[in-house]
Design a protein around this ligand. Structure first.
Ligand code: HEM
Length: 451
């Protein structure tokens, strides 16, 4: 399957009305391209190479599609790509398998589990900040990626992994992710089968990862100990017939959670740090909040209710730079959408980026304004703000991710002021998630301000 994300000449064509082509706009500036679509209509047909996709540009259509996951099932190029590695995990499985999987996995994200996850998060954040020094120049993108990837690994496998195993697991995950992203960007799928060093590394990492997860699963099963981590839960869950997950299913879920846990929270955090650096007035207000709540210490689970501006900063980043930027669905039967008949097998695209940049829904949409998210503001209509999706396929890790991002952001700004250096720019690189391209920033210690 050819990747749809960057490659093809793309024009836009309103479903009704005249053709208007804009060659290569999608390839050059995919996010701007998406944000431009609502000007053409509520449902816009885009041609990616020979394949037509129907892009949802109106909130009620987004809501209709996400709520009807039987008719608009998971499918399309992005899911096929993730399936290469993630198999039939929760994020990629078809509707037919979804309800069982979701029921089995929901306990892993129950609110009762969060304080334990938050302890792991606070301790990983502490370890990261211990390495920061006054005046240091940091690529925030790299640092934050390491934090979220490490954290995803630790929450998945809390058992006492020795450092070498932990590092090896991280490396496998990293190689698999890099290989996947390369595949996504390659215009010629055949190249994926050639024995190039990159392809060999990808295949080896996939094999090693499978072996590691199988070994860990066997160890956990043998010991019978609940380590309070995700793998322990995956082993413990049973359906109504008393059936648990098979080893293959466990592998797929481990990868799915790792992908969900690392590839999305990192852009949210790095995007927030960048935007705060560009908006010193908001940053100062945030400093005041964390000084009052934390007085320079690392944030913990019980601090969350008091970190209101931190929460709003993250919400506004999710609006402006939603990490998940493109999702596809395939219609399982003929269906009517916005008054148009889509035959079975049609490709539908939704992107939070499209609706969340509409000026009629978010006045001055390019302005970074966390005050849009005050609790007393009227509730947004459904389908307007969907950085975590909606309906039955809504992100299972939403609260987990927001907990992690809040703890990390508050702890970082409690101690450090980060300023963008030349080369830091907001132009997002849409990969698996959309993320700044590079983010060099300088560190200035703040704790002394407090004493
Ligand atoms: C800022 C962080 C995150 C964002 C923006 C995000 C976004 C999303 C979105 C938009 C979807 C729906 C995709 C679709 O409709 O096709 C989704 C689904 C999912 N996410 Fe997240 N996610 C985040 C963090 C996480 C974390 C931390 C985990 C796990 C530890 C996770 C695991 C999943 C899973 C398993 C699904 C599939 C749910 C299902 O189909 O039942 N995500 N996520």
């Amino acid at each position: 399957m050819r990747p749809i994300v960057v490659t093809f000449n793309t024009g836009t064509e309103p479903v009704t009305g005249s053709r208007r082509r804009r060659p290569n706009f999608f390839r050059r500036r995919p996010l701007d391209f998406l944000a431009s679509l609502p000007a053409h209509g509520d449902l816009v047909k885009i041609k990616l190479g020979p394949v037509p996709f129907y892009a949802l540009c109106a909130p009620d259509l987004v809501h209709q599609v996400l709520l009807d996951d039987r008719t608009f099932d998971k499918g399309g190029a992005i899911f096929e790509l993730v399936r290469i590695v993630g198999g039939n995990g929760l994020a990629t499985c078809p509707h037919a398998d979804h309800r069982r999987q979701r029921r089995l996995l929901q306990p892993a994200f129950h609110r009762d589990r969060l304080p334990a996850y938050a302890r792991v998060m606070s301790s990983e954040i502490t370890a990261m900040l211990q390495n920061w020094t006054e005046g240091q120049k940091l690529d925030v993108l790299v640092t934050v990626n390491e934090l979220t990837a490490g954290l995803a690994t630790r929450t998945l496998f809390a058992a006492d992994l020795d450092d070498a195993t932990f590092a090896e697991l991280r490396l496998c995950m990293h190689d698999v992710m890099t290989g996947m992203i390369r595949r996504m960007l390659l215009p010629w799928p055949l190249l994926n089968r050639l024995p190039t060093p990159g392809n060999r590394r990808f295949d080896q990492a996939r094999r090693r990862l499978r072996q590691y997860v199988a070994q860990l699963t066997a160890d956990y099963r043998h010991s019978g100990v609940d380590h309070g981590d995700l793998l322990s839960i995956l082993l413990a869950v049973r359906d109504e017939n008393g059936q648990g997950l098979t080893d293959a299913e466990i592998h797929d879920q481990v990868f799915t959670f790792y992908l969900g846990g690392s590839e999305t929270t990192a852009p949210l955090l790095s995007g927030s740090l960048y935007l705060l650096g560009r908006n010193p007035d908001i940053r100062e207000r945030l400093h005041n909040e964390v000084d009052t709540v934390l007085a320079g210490r690392i944030a913990e689970y019980d601090d969350l209710p008091y970190l209101d501006l931190t929460r709003r900063v993250l919400m506004e980043t999710l609006r402006l730079y939603p990490p998940g930027w493109l999702f596809t669905r395939v219609t399982t039967k003929d269906v009517e959408l916005a008054g148009h008949r889509l035959p079975a097998g049609s490709n539908v695209v939704y992107s939070p980026h499209i609706v969340q940049h509409r000026a009629d829904l978010f006045p001055d949409p390019e302005c970074y304004d966390p005050d849009r998210w005050h609790d007393d503001r009227p509730r947004l209509p459904r389908g307007v703000f969907t950085p975590f999706g909606s309906g039955a396929r809504k992100c299972i890790g939403e609260v987990f991710a927001l907990t992690e991002a809040t703890l990390a952001l508050a702890s970082i700004v409690a101690r450090w002021q980060l300023d963008p250096l030349p080369g830091a720019h907001a132009r997002l690189a849409p990969r698996l998630s959309s993320t700044p391209r590079s983010l060099p920033m300088s560190l200035r210690e703040r704790v002394s301000v407090l004493v």
